[in-house]
Design a protein around this ligand. Structure first.
Ligand SMILES: Cc1cc2nc3c(=O)[nH]c(=O)nc-3n(C[C@H](O)[C@H](O)[C@H](O)COP(=O)(O)O)c2cc1C
Length: 217
């Protein structure tokens, strides 16, 4: 940031020119911004665009975090798939309040989302499972995600047994695998700008109506 005040003002004016259109005139619906940013990330970062961090909270109030893939945005909810007996799933089934966070380095953007997760319909899980490569399906069946693995050889044997059991037959989704849909109550968009002039736009849900505010960086 320049030290001379007039230079500061012209510098701010310059920054203002590059401020994102959404900060100048935020749309009523945060999904307009999300879909636009997500599509840009997909164009520029390929598969990495789907990578998000998911926080759940256990019964003691202890948060835990892991990296996940966003499957899709459906009916204004963020969908992901996992083992329903995993640590995250057990925590979510106990306490559905979760947070997810995306960081897209190519566009220098972050999106933070808070909301409530609910189990996705079985038909969606069936379809998502069907679209997985066979080896992936076999490993999903053979794995007890998040449980202690005493003997890796046993896991390998389970994989071999599962592969043998199905042969060339199509594989049904096991009940232990499914999805969660996160319905957001707060969505914050963060755009990197030079000199810590980052832009922050936060949307909050009020029973189906979104309000928005800008935040200091
Ligand atoms: C890039 C990346 C994507 C991942 N995507 C998923 C995913 O979509 N589903 C999943 O169950 N685990 C995914 N994982 C593994 C999770 O980070 C985690 O190890 C696993 O789900 C077990 O977490 P839990 O013990 O907290 O339940 C991914 C890991 C990475 C690094």
């Amino acid at each position: 940031m320049p030290k001379d005040p007039s230079a500061t003002i012209s510098h701010l004016a310059e920054l203002n020119c590059i401020m994102t259109k959404y900060l100048k005139r935020p749309p009523e619906d945060p999904f307009i911004v999300f879909n636009d940013w997500y599509n840009s990330a997909k164009d520029q970062e390929g598969l990495h665009a789907h990578v998000m961090h998911l926080a759940s909270v256990n019964y003691l109030g202890q948060p835990s975090l892991r990296t996940m893939m966003l499957h899709s945005v459906m009916n204004k909810a963020f969908l992901f798939f996992t083992n329903l007996q995993s640590r995250k799933s057990l925590e979510i089934l106990d306490n559905p309040h979760v947070a997810i966070c995306f960081y897209w380095p190519e566009t220098k953007r972050q999106v933070r989302i808070e909301g409530v997760a609910s189990k996705a319909p079985d038909q969606l899980a069936d379809k998502a499972f069907k679209n997985r490569p066979t080896d992936h399906q076999i490993n999903i069946i053979a794995s007890d995600q998040s449980r202690i693995l005493l003997d890796p050889a046993e896991f390998e044997q389970n994989i071999a047994k599962t592969a043998q059991k199905y042969g060339d037959d199509s594989i049904e989704r096991p009940e232990k695998w499914g999805g969660f849909a996160i319905t957001p109550s707060r969505i914050e968009f963060w755009q990197d700008q030079p000199f810590w002039m980052h832009e922050r736009l936060v949307y909050t849900d009020h029973q189906g109506e979104w309000s928005h505010s800008k935040l200091y960086p």
